[in-house]
Unconditional design. Structure first.
Length: 173
C-alpha cells in the first residue's frame, strides 16, 4: 500500500505520484465502504441501495429523474433499487403536487434509521481523517475531488437540481 505519510513531492505530476494518488483513492474507497457494505449485506442490500438511501436522505422529496441524474445509472437499474427499498419500507413514493407524473422520494422512519447508521460509520472515518490532516489539507482534498468531478462530469458542477437542495450541512467543531 502507498505510504500516506510521505512528504508532498514537488514533482506531483509525474507518473509515480499520480499512480500513488490513484492507489490511495482505491484504498480509501475500500476502507470507506467496508463497514456500510457489511451492514448492507446482512440486509440483502448493496452499494446501489446505499447511494439511493444517501441521496434520498439528503434531498427529501427528490424526484426520480433528479435521482437518476445524480446517480447516473439507468432507469431500469434505479427501478430495481427503488422497488427493493420501497418494498422493504425504507423509502416511500408520493405523486408530485404540481405534476402528478412525478414520483417524489422520501425516507421512511426505518429508512432514516438505516441511512443514519450507514452515514455514522463513514462520518467517523472522514472525521478522524479530517482531524488528523488539518483544515488546510481538507481544503486541498476538496479541491482535488471537485477538480476530478469537474473534469469527468463538466456539466455536474453547473447543473441545477430539479428540487430545492439544502446547503451541505457542516458540523461545527
Amino acid at each position: 500500500m502507498a505510504d500516506i505519510k510521505s512528504p508532498v513531492n514537488p514533482l506531483f505530476l509525474r507518473e509515480e505520484e499520480i499512480r500513488q494518488g490513484i492507489e490511495l483513492l482505491f484504498y480509501a474507497y475500500r476502507g470507506f465502504t467496508a463497514e456500510p457494505d457489511a451492514l448492507l449485506a446482512t440486509l440483502g442490500l448493496g452499494r446501489a441501495h446505499h447511494r439511493a438511501l444517501y441521496f434520498v436522505g439528503r434531498h427529501p422529496e427528490i424526484t426520480v429523474s433528479a435521482l437518476l441524474a445524480i446517480l447516473r445509472i439507468t432507469k431500469q437499474s434505479l427501478g430495481r433499487v427503488l422497488n427493493d427499498l420501497v418494498e422493504r419500507g425504507y423509502v416511500e413514493q408520493q405523486q408530485g403536487q404540481r405534476d402528478r407524473r412525478q414520483r417524489l422520494l422520501t425516507l421512511t422512519d426505518t429508512g432514516a434509521v438505516l441511512e443514519r447508521q450507514l452515514f455514522e460509520s463513514q462520518r467517523r472515518l472522514i472525521g478522524q481523517a479530517y482531524r488528523s490532516a488539518g483544515a488546510e489539507a481538507v481544503d486541498g482534498f476538496r479541491k482535488v475531488l471537485e477538480g476530478l468531478i469537474a473534469l469527468s462530469e463538466p456539466a455536474a458542477m453547473e447543473e441545477e437540481p430539479e428540487a430545492p437542495v439544502p446547503a451541505p450541512r457542516v458540523a461545527s467543531r
